[in-house]
Ligand binder design. Structure first.
Ligand SMILES: [Zn+2]
Ligand SMILES: [Zn+2]
Length: 325
């Protein structure tokens, strides 16, 4: 039997390139023909050497199931949870493969990712995409789940005063998602034109220079999603005593967080990474989050290297890849 070949955007030997590799075998997993993917900041960080990952990058995708032991999946349009647990450890048995110490993560750790013509994932990671959710929206399920996942960790109610710091795509998604819980939320950022994205959806947008010091100590919850070191200091400025600081960006350097301020004001620091897919998919199905506001550009997979360069430019929001096969 001749191995079929497919195109994939790969990071190997410190080099990002479009490669031709063998189409994966489903084995005990589901084989998915990928139709669209989203480029995430994590992809950009991987090509800077984050996580030491080598292989096909990408984890935000939508596609059609081609093969699965469970035949009911075949032909369905799906998205998939990116963490694949061992299935046997304490975390997995509690249904939390996101924290399985043996997990592989699509396009991030130990598992080839989504910027390719095909990928495999365990069938139980898959969720069918409702007919009214377009491919362009479905690729946002993973980052939206990560944004909405904050509500799994920190209680946010109608009157909770929330600030999201950072007007990049992660910050805007957090603002969109959390504004469904709190009517008292503001996005704090440096770019007037990006603040407009949330303002036109009736969310308060505040220029950083107007926020500090005027709004110091006025927020119950501050979500740091700026991805820059200065975001941490701003977060501490904005928090009320006994406030909750949610760290959302996987900022890679070490930081000079003034820990004494956390102690004196008895703040709670919460790290937040992934969220559940089902609630995020439901938000899209109900039309509650306008993820399409975040799309900057779309490239074919063949121009993946160019697309990654574009995504890394300042001011560019979500770049999508379309895959025709
Ligand atoms: Zn992502
Ligand atoms: Zn496990």
């Amino acid at each position: 039997m001749i191995n079929e070949i497919m195109k994939a955007l790969r990071f190997e030997n410190n080099l990002l390139k479009l490669a031709e590799i063998a189409k994966p075998n489903a084995g005990s997993e589901a084989l998915i023909r990928v139709t669209k993917t989203g480029i995430c900041n994590t992809d950009l960080e991987i090509v800077r050497g984050y996580a030491g990952f080598s292989g096909t990058i990408g984890h935000e995708f939508v596609g059609i199931v081609e093969e699965s032991d469970d035949k009911t999946w075949v032909g369905k349009r799906v998205v998939g949870e990116i963490n694949a647990g061992c299935g046997a450890c304490e975390k997995c048995l509690q249904g939390d493969s996101r924290h399985c110490p043996m997990r592989t993560v699509l396009g991030i750790h130990g598992r080839d990712g989504a910027h390719a013509e095909f990928l495999t994932l365990p069938a139980h990671n898959l969720l069918e995409v409702p007919a009214n959710v377009a491919d362009e929206q479905a690729v946002f399920v993973e980052p939206l789940a990560a944004a909405f996942g904050i509500t799994e960790q920190v209680e946010i109610s109608e009157n909770t005063r929330v600030a999201v710091i950072g007007d990049g795509k992660l910050g805007i998604l957090c603002a969109f998602a959390l504004s469904l819980k709190s009517r008292n939320l503001a996005l704090v950022g440096k770019h007037r034109e990006k603040l407009c994205v949330v303002q036109k959806r009736n969310i308060e947008g505040i220029l950083l220079s107007d926020a500090v010091p005027a709004l110091n100590r006025s927020f119950d919850v501050v979500v740091e999603a700026s991805g820059s070191e200065s975001g941490f200091a701003t977060a501490l400025d904005l928090l009320k005593p006994r406030g909750k600081l949610v760290l959302k960006s996987t900022f890679q350097g070490s930081t000079n967080l003034e820990m004494w301020r956390v102690v004196v004001d008895e703040m709670t620091i919460v790290g937040s990474r992934c969220g559940k897919f089902a609630p995020a998919l439901e938000l899209l199905e109900k039309g509650l989050v306008n993820v399409e506001d975040l799309i900057s550009e779309e490239f074919p997979l063949e121009k993946g290297v160019q697309a990654m360069a574009r995504a890394a430019e300042k001011g560019v929001m979500k770049v999508l890849l379309s895959i025709r096969n």
